[in-house]
Design a protein around this ligand. Sequence first.
Ligand code: MRU
Length: 351
Amino acid sequence: MDAASLARYDRIRPIRWAGDALELLDQRKLPFAVEYVRCASSDEVAGAIRDLVVRGAPAIGISAAWGVVLASRDIEAATGAEAAKELQPAMDRLNAARPTAVNLAWALARMRAALHVASAGWRDALEREAQAIETEDLAANRAMGQAGAALIAPGSGVLTHCNTGSLATAGFGTALGVIRAGVAADRIARVFAGETRPWNQGARLTVWELQQDGIDATLIADAAASHLMKTGRVQWVVVGADRICANGDTANKIGTYQLALAARHHGVKFMVVAPSSTVDMATASGDLIEIEERDPAELLSHRGERTVAEGVRAWNPVFDVTPHELIDAIVTEKGVIERPDATSMRTVFGS
Ligand code: MRU
């Protein structure tokens, strides 16, 4: 993809470092208001992650890294190792904001490691590391966009789930990056996005993002996905990930697993697109992943208005795990793994 196409397809930035605060595009208000929330402390960043002001696995990792920089403004330490000790409680609070996406813990581990190799200049080292995490994510997304698009035959239709675009990353997106690159290369002829209830990331964010780029997309109810596949409109399901285990099992937004099952039944290919910061080789399989459960109120009301009879109980797990057997390709910036399993994952990511 040349520079002009990249610029055309890459205009939204959810995270802005302002030197004394982190500005986060408030995703709770999209698509009807484009407003940034200013976080001046690490606890405000943790709160923004918890409340979905910022969301998407890479974006919450990047935000947490900047949160550590903010926390460092409140401490005094002579060395990086001393600072790491002082900053641990703030890092623990950032890490606890959401449990499923491993990018959060990964980014905090990188910040901690940067401190341990720094001496008196640890404040600069921290800021450089947060910037590197953000810059590397953007580069990874652009590389994955090309690699994933190359797997898609010209004229194909694709279905995506949740929001995996610029809003969920440093920019460009993971699965949505593949869609951007695939449209630019004239490989993708039709784009469908599922609503992604109950928070409606697909309806509120994904189709808005694509509209900003001038990419034609059609919104479907989540429940329409199997019918969409059966009627031959899509050849690939392309999704992101919150955690990819050592055997290729993949946690992603609730509803991803049923898309993978339906795709296999209908001969539709299933692609997971995620940077290596989403790979967790320390977790052997998907059964071991903690699945976040959010407030049932997200299911019982819509935009603050109750839609379900009083007294009804709801269960709201917000991620599920797709077994690796249902995945045709995992695309990372380190390479494409076709039909992933423990052996092929180890070949690319080590143990
Ligand atoms: O609850 P969310 O909106 O943070 O969930 C996001 C997803 O599940 C995305 O698909 C995933 O983080 C990949 S984002 C590039």
